[in-house]
Design a protein around this ligand. Structure first.
Ligand SMILES: [Zn+2]
Length: 151
């Protein structure tokens, strides 16, 4: 049996990105795209507030920073929060094989849908991720609803 990649340090990278976003006054969600062999391909964070750009989610930022890849089957999208529909669509469009989420308590996004379509989804239920975003949502409900497309 092949050994599983160690997801802990990968989540730490995404979490560091989320904290960077928080320090910039933005929504604290971060992500990183890794190869299964452990190589970091790209990392990023949500910059809706910082850049006034609703299309810059943690996942899309990390994906773009990774540049062109020959294939995505052996890549792992690691994110502090379960991916929204937009980012779940990105995962399926490019055939990213594995999604590792820090948490799905504050927002479950498209993880059931991804699983139904054969994407391996690992939920680490990380208390740091749950607490950081939960506190931020409580303090910024309007910006949060804007980000997830709720009225
Ligand atoms: Zn998203």
């Amino acid at each position: 049996m092949p050994s599983l990649p160690d997801y802990g340090p990968m989540l730490d990278t995404a979490l560091a990105e989320a904290r960077l976003g928080l320090a910039e006054g933005g929504i604290p969600i971060g992500a990183a795209l890794y190869h299964r062999d452990g190589r970091l391909l790209g990392r990023g964070h949500n910059r809706r507030v910082q850049e006034g750009d609703p299309s810059v989610h943690g996942e899309t930022d990390a994906f773009r920073k990774a540049g062109r890849q020959r294939g995505y089957r052996d890549t792992i999208m690691v994110t502090t929060l379960a991916p929204c529909w937009y980012c779940s669509g990105l995962v399926r469009q490019f055939g990213i094989g594995t999604v590792v989420v820090g948490e799905s308590v504050n927002f479950a996004g498209g993880i059931d849908w991804l699983r139904e379509h054969g994407v391996e989804v690992v939920d680490l239920a990380d208390q740091r991720c749950i607490a950081m975003l939960g506190e931020w949502i409580a303090a910024n409900p309007a910006v949060w609803n804007e980000d997830i497309g709720e009225d």
